[in-house]
Design a protein around this ligand. Structure first.
Ligand code: CLR
Length: 264
């Protein structure tokens, strides 16, 4: 059932339907995860479609570019912090997550929430003109110039483009983000077996969902193959943040509490 490419990434090991899981249970898992996603995705698809028409004007982009590095970091950390709140709410609504010990809940959220945001970003990313939603309007990567993180921003936009090519439905997005969140290989988990069981069911549900339209092995392996780039981006973000904290400790101290808590 599984392709070597999937196993190579280690993400799907043992994701075959265990004998004690019924199709009914997989449907229930899918329904719960998709509902949780739709309730916490911050913007509806209709809203995003409407917003895609509001682009930053060249003057507005120039204004963003001439901001100080500190001011722009502050703005970005605020937007990210807001978005993280929705990811936390998403996690809490996934059946089984709240039954994990609190220690593991925190580990999974800290380790996974930026990856989830990066996947969620495709809903707010327009591959036709390479723009992303930022504070209510769409703009290209130039608008983040003052951050001084062109490599990081470049990698984020590249990920956006490659993920958009997969044309994930909201159902696939929901299940994929839930599977990423419930990764049993995060360091310091105390009950990784429990997490593994939850993730297995979600991956089976995802496979099932994809099969409705495509060859599941193919699309799923393409999705999973983007995980290493996401990990690179997360590490790059931590490096940039560490450096920023060194140069501008007072600004970093005033970052939103949730942003600090997740990335400290
Ligand atoms: C992701 C999907 C969420 C809504 C959302 C909120 C904030 C956005 C984020 C999305 C995408 C990435 C984003 C971010 C604000 C700043 C960040 C545009 C659309 C850019 C890439 C800058 C990152 C800068 C760093 C210093 C990390 O539902």
């Amino acid at each position: 059932m599984l392709e070597p490419a999937l196993l190579a990434h280690g993400a799907l090991e043992g994701a075959q339907l265990p004998p004690d899981i019924s199709v009914l249970e997989i449907d229930r898992v899918a329904q719960n995860v998709v509902k949780s996603h739709l309730e916490t995705c911050q913007y509806t698809t209709e809203e995003l479609k409407r917003l895609a028409w509001s682009l930053y004007s060249p003057e507005e982009v120039r204004a963003l570019q001439s901001k100080s590095c500190e001011a722009m970091w502050q703005q970005c950390s605020l937007q990210i912090s807001n978005a993280i709140q929705y990811v936390v709410e998403f996690a809490k609504r996934i059946d089984g997550f709240m039954e994990l010990c609190q220690n593991d809940q925190i580990i999974l959220l800290k380790a996974g929430c930026l990856e989830v945001l990066l996947i969620r970003m495709i809903r707010a990313f327009n591959p036709l003109n390479n723009t992303v939603l930022f504070e209510g309007k769409f703009g290209g990567m130039q608008m983040f110039k003052s951050l001084g993180c062109d490599d990081l921003i470049g990698a984020i936009f590249e990920l956006g483009r490659t993920l958009c090519r997969l044309q994930l439905s909201d159902e696939e997005l929901a299940l994929f983000t839930a599977a990423v969140l419930l990764s049993p290989d995060r360091p310091w988990l105390t009950e990784s077996k429990k997490v593994q069981k939850l993730q297995d069911k979600i991956y089976v549900a995802l496979q099932h969902e994809i099969q409705k339209k495509h060859s599941a092995e193919d699309k799923l392996s393409k999705m999973v193959s983007k995980l290493p780039l996401m990990k690179t981006i997360c590490n790059l973000h931590l490096d940039k943040l560490e450096f920023f904290r060194l140069v501008h400790p007072e600004t970093a101290m005033n970052f939103p509490p949730l942003y600090k808590e997740v990335f400290n």
